[in-house]
Design a protein around this ligand. Sequence first.
Ligand SMILES: [Ca+2]
Ligand SMILES: [Ca+2]
Length: 503
Amino acid sequence: MKKSIFCLVLALCLLPLVPAIAQGRPHINWYEVFVYSYADSDGDGHGDLKGLMGRLDYIQDLGFDGLWLMPVMPSPSYHKYDVSDYFDIDPLYGSLQDMRDLVAACRARGIALIIDLVLNHTSTRHPWFVSALAALREGRLDEPHIAYYHFSRQPGGHFVPVAGTDWHYEEQFKGGGMPDLNLDNPDLRAQIKDILAFWLEDVGVDGFRLDAVTSYYTGEDARNIAFLRFLKDTAQQLKPGSFLVGECWKGLGAIADYYQSGLDSFFLFPAAQAEGYVAASMRARKPAATYVQHLERVWRAIPEGILTPFLSNHDTGRVVGLVQGRQAVERVKFAHGLLSLLGGYTFTYYGEEIGMAGAGADPNKRLGMLWGEGQPPTLAPPGVTGGDYPFPGAMEQLADPASLLHYIRSLNHLRLELPILALGQPGVAAFTDDTALLARELAGQQVYIAVNFSAREPREVALPGPLRLLGALDAGFGLPAMPAGAAGPLRLPPYGIAVLGPP
Ligand SMILES: [Ca+2]
Ligand SMILES: [Ca+2]
């Protein structure tokens, strides 16, 4: 066994880790829901807030204690990433009262609720933009909303002509009907404060997932970070302990820099997708050694911030495709297990718990949740060209203890029982080509996590002393066997993961 240098670092500088959510316990197992495709309460074929509310027992039973809703504000698009009113709920999803009811129902279950906040751009249908265009066409250049956007007479790469005028507007997500906002405008900043106050105080959500944070000021990381600090400070003043997580779709170094903003966390994009840490390590010739290298790089780059690892979201291919799991569900299970070993807040995209498949065009990744027992999913989003359901629906998987759903449920509950897995200071005790013994330390307590990366062979892992089995995950090959006397070695089945603590 090679000793990792990281265990030395771990021993020398164990810092107390302060959870990011100040009020109450931190929420560590997050579930991303596309309301449009989740659960329909009124029979119109589209998901809605009341439908989601009817599934909160399911979400809670799966061990999720945080919920991220993709945009719920009025918008002309099906995905709603182009907002036309920041102070309401899209009528397809329900009403503000439904949202307040959902907030209360989540709170009663101990589930934190955050919503997508899209501030880089609005819809072209937003009244601010409509007023600005009308004024430009009439030559009223002092109309205040013109300064909410970036209008120019110079055509350029990301500038789109305004019909009937010689003006152009900035649009970073070109062709989407999404004009970029001028986030320096003081009146707009005041509006943004009002938006945060409305959702945090009046509606009562627990925070935001901040969309496209590197596009606020494209190519200007320092200004993006400063704007994020403004958002975090504003949210903190309005509602201490509110949770803000940012979409910084960049490499590890850039993500680490963005933690300077004071935001609670950033999605760890390098862990996700087919080339990410998890899927790439599973394909590697020396999977454990490869994974440990990734872990140590991440922990060095972001030594104090809490990570937000995920495997897939609404913009990426689903996990089944990332790990060739269609004929080998144990690969999908192990990928979820491995992800959680990064530590931090894990985010699971709806439908991953049943192994839904979808890649390529965005709508393929956003199909209706399959509840099963003969219930049809919600209507497919416009533009679907693929995606399917390789495994049974949620109700069938709930009844099968060997299902993918039950693996994720066990994983989430293990993290809830042992928050040290998510929030502890991480380290690597030892590793071989295909086994690893990881460590977590929090408030003077220590646990070890033993992992067998082999897909076919059982492996033995030497233990540093007598330990007790605290929990284990069975990917389909059985549970680990604890040796007599508890001093090791521990025998792990293929893809086995065991958590061990002091005897
Ligand atoms: Ca509906
Ligand atoms: Ca922008």
